[in-house]
Structures are given as structure tokens and as C-alpha cells.
Write a protein that binds this ligand. Structure first.
Ligand code: GAR
Length: 198
């Protein structure tokens, strides 16, 4: 199985579904849960479930790259091959994303290319959209810009609130992310085999 790191910043509900899928399906092995905050609730769950964790507080660094160099060292220490960002709320620089291109994916709570960035549900409601959703995409240097791997759609109700919509979209995220991770990893493995053959 591919050695997987999952990056979180908070609750970690998507992380849980990915870990569960890895255990059930065996296509990847979660070897590291990494957070940019010591207080991320998901770290506690990871510890209780005997997963290796790393907390690297970005506030302890003067700039993004020195933070990312420590992240990179930690990944190398754990021989990580593939990264899933799951509610990781730090923007990564091209220094980091270029090294991991084709080996790092993210989940975003909108139907990309609509609404990259923050407050996606509020923006969809205010725009009068009929539907919202979530996307899993490859991570590139442009924030939320990489190719979409898969999406799930959710109807926006009359009088919907951002919180109510977020909750319904999150349910679809938990369905989408394990499936999309499995697809991304199989694409990655096919590319690896092709590179070896070349
Ligand atoms: C999820 O809704 C995820 O799509 C979103 O943060 C939430 C994390 O929840 N990610 C982003 O907004 C990325 N810019 P979780 O910690 O329970 O998985």
C-alpha cells in the first residue's frame, strides 16, 4: 500500500473517513497525520487510534518556506509517498506544491472551478445558485486550481443557511473523499509504472 500522510487543521472528520477507507480497502496506509496546529481536535482521535502524528505550528516560523521545510523533513522521516489535504487551512507555496505535484490532493467545499478560497457556502447562497457541492482535486501552485478528480452535488434549499448547507455538503464529502483518494492513488501508481517502463 502507498504510504499516505493526511494534513489537517481542525476537526478532522474527512481524515477519519480516509483512515477508515484505508483500513477497509487497503489501497493506502496512513503513516502520518500532520497538523499545523497543536490544538486540532483530529490529532486526539489519531492518537487514540494509534496513528503517528506531527504538530508543526506555522506561527513558530518567520516565513512559509521555513515552515514547509520542517514539514518536508517530517514527511521524509516517515517515507511518505502521497498526501491528502483534509481541512488543512494553510496555503502551500510552489516550493512545496511543485515537489508533490501528482502526489497530493485536496478536498474543497464547492463545485470547483466555482468559489475557490473561503466562505464557499455563503457565496453560493448569495449568488442564488441552485446547487452546491464539494470537489477533490490535484494540488498545484494555484490555490484550489488543480484538475478536479471527482465531485458531489447538493441541492440548495430556499432559506438555506451557510451552516445548514455546510453540514449537508460535509456528508457528501465523507462519501466523495475515500472514492476520489482511491482513484487518485491508482492514477499515481499507473504513472509510476509508466515512468519505470520509460
Ligand atoms: C471541510 O468541509 C473541507 O472541505 C474544508 O474544511 C472542512 C474540514 O472539515 N476545507 C477547506 O475549506 C479547504 N480550503 P474536517 O476537518 O471535519 O474534515
Amino acid at each position: 500500500p502507498v504510504r499516505l500522510a493526511i494534513f489537517i487543521s481542525g476537526r478532522g472528520s474527512n481524515m477519519k473517513t480516509l483512515v477508515q477507507a484505508c483500513l477497509d480497502e487497503g489501497f493506502a496506509k496512513p503513516v502520518l497525520i500532520l497538523s499545523n496546529s497543536y490544538s486540532a481536535a483530529g490529532l486526539e482521535w489519531a492518537t487514540e487510534n494509534d496513528l503517528p502524528i506531527a504538530a508543526i505550528d506555522h506561527r513558530a516560523y518567520d516565513d512559509r518556506e521555513s515552515f514547509e521545510k520542517d514539514v518536508q523533513d517530517t514527511l521524509e522521516l516517515h517515507n511518505v509517498e502521497f498526501i491528502a489535504l483534509a481541512g488543512f487551512m494553510r496555503v502551500l507555496t510552489p516550493w512545496f506544491t511543485d515537489q508533490w505535484e501528482g502526489r497530493m490532493i485536496n478536498i474543497h467545499p464547492s463545485l470547483l472551478p466555482k468559489y475557490p478560497g473561503l466562505h464557499t457556502h455563503k457565496r453560493a447562497i448569495e449568488a442564488g445558485d441552485k446547487e452546491a457541492g464539494c470537489s477533490v482535486h490535484w494540488v498545484t501552485a494555484g490555490v484550489d486550481e488543480g484538475a478536479v478528480i471527482d465531485q458531489e452535488r447538493v441541492e440548495i434549499m430556499p432559506n438555506d443557511t451557510p451552516d445548514a448547507l455546510a453540514e449537508r455538503v460535509l456528508e457528501r464529502e465523507h462519501f466523495l473523499y475515500p472514492r476520489a483518494l482511491q482513484k487518485a492513488i491508482s492514477d499515481f501508481l499507473v504513472r509510476e509504472l509508466q515512468n519505470e517502463a520509460d
